[in-house]
Design a protein around this ligand. Structure first.
Ligand code: DLZ
Length: 157
């Protein structure tokens, strides 16, 4: 995750392999949509930069992070090289945060155990909105960009 110790300030695009002719499915949660839209933009920018054709990217919107699992499972069956799950969960006053974070991370982990394409976990799990802003194009970079790099690397395995 983008953080003070690990962020994209020194990103060397030359070191990232070309993604020309690879196909990506992206599932985006509508909950906290300003954050998830910024993550998506960071992700798309990197993929285009590495040569991915617009026609080789499909984007599916789901209501919340909990629904990312079903969305990713659906796209895993559609012949992509990698699928990317984009969400933003922000801690509230109830335990809902923990249930959603645990279910979403476990669900996506399970999808990676299937004999299908990799699913990249680009879900911010923050204590407050400022932390989310910092990691979606703010002072710690954009986790969407990191997810795109991971998706390319995993697609090439
Ligand atoms: C219900 C809920 C809450 C409280 N918070 C978030 C959140 O911070 N981020 C997010 O992506 N989704 C949230 N949701 C919605 C759930 O993910 C899910 O869409 C609903 O529980 C319906 O299944």
């Amino acid at each position: 995750m983008s953080s003070s110790n690990n962020n994209l300030k020194n990103l060397d695009l030359e070191k990232i392999p070309s993604a020309k002719n690879l196909r990506f499915g992206i599932v985006v949660s509508k909950w906290n949509s300003k954050i998830t839209t910024n993550l998506l933009n960071g992700c798309l920018e990197l993929l285009y930069n590495k040569g991915v054709n617009k026609d080789d990217i499909d984007i599916l919107h789901v209501p919340g992070s909990f629904e990312l699992i079903y969305g990713c499972k659906t796209l895993q069956n559609k012949n992509y090289d990698s699928v990317i799950a984009i969400g933003s969960v922000i801690r509230g006053e109830t335990k809902h945060f923990d249930f959603i974070c645990n279910a979403t991370s476990n669900g996506i982990k399970d999808l990676n155990l299937l004999d299908k394409c990799p699913v990249i976990f680009c879900v911010l799990t923050d204590d407050n909105i400022q932390q989310s802003i910092d990691r979606s194009g703010g002072k710690y970079g954009n986790k969407g960009t990191e997810a795109a790099i991971a998706a390319i690397e995993m697609a090439l395995i």
